[in-house]
Design a protein around this ligand. Structure first.
Ligand code: ATP
Ligand code: MG
Length: 207
């Protein structure tokens, strides 16, 4: 029996946008993956001093954004696990649920550059192959690239989309459109639940 090839796209998805979806779609295609599992992070994680939107909203937006793609699914493992989200726990849980699968963890270049600051970095490489996607504004420096085990990480170039969740939130807070940066259903969800309301002044830092 051939092993199932499963992509894992972790993120805060606050909100999910077309940069995330293009990265997942490109890796699904080029690595011939059977499925890409989107895994929204749990609640207590604080990004650069900013309170993230409640997990259920981020989870539902991820479901809406991925629903039309038969190869995309969404997992609650990080949302349902108490405490901070660490990628090593995500991969351990998915490995336990799918013991025979080959896992491919998908990241943007910014997240991959931070990888050695992640908990149990060595174990991460044992649990999954890593696929780093190009992202406008983030270059991997040579020292970081050289320190990553070459047989466990592949860098791929994807169509450049200079979209970030931080920018989407700021746009909403300034009363500017996010149409075409995020899927239509996500725009409608943001409006329905008045997420990132206009005029809100709070820290909106990225991570
Ligand atoms: P924030 O601005 O809140 O940090 P973000 O846009 O960086 O949000 P995350 O949820 O932090 O989104 O990212 C999840 C994963 O998607 C990370 O690995 C990140 O590098 C990757 N990613 C996000 N946006 C892009 C993009 N435009 N192109 C390629 N990869 C991306
Ligand atoms: Mg980010």
């Amino acid at each position: 029996m051939t092993r199932r090839r499963i992509g894992v796209m972790g993120g805060t998805f606050d909100p999910i946008h077309h940069g995330h979806l293009v990265a997942a779609s490109e890796v699904q295609h080029w690595f011939d993956l059977d499925e890409v599992v989107f895994v929204p992070t749990g609640d207590p994680w604080q990004k650069a001093g900013r309170d993230v939107t409640p997990a259920e909203h981020r989870y539902l937006m991820t479901v809406i954004a991925t629903a039309s793609n038969p190869r995309f699914t969404v997992s609650r493992v990080d949302i349902d696990r108490p405490g901070r989200t660490y990628t090593v726990d995500t991969l351990r849980d998915l490995r336990a649920a799918m013991p025979d699968a080959e896992l491919f963890f998908i990241t943007g270049a910014d997240a991959l550059a931070d990888i050695f600051t992640w908990r149990d970095a060595e174990e991460l490489f044992a649990l999954a192959q890593f696929v780093g996607c190009t992202r406008p504004g983030y270059e991997m420096d040579a020292a970081t690239l050289a320190s990553i085990p070459a047989d466990r990480v592949t860098m791929i170039e994807i169509p450049a989309l200079a979209i970030s969740s931080t920018d989407c939130r700021l746009r909403r807070e300034r009363g500017e459109p996010v149409w075409y940066l995020v899927p239509d259903g996500v725009v409608q969800y943001l409006t329905k639940h008045d997420l990132y309301p206009a005029g809100e002044t709070g820290p909106t830092g990225a991570a």
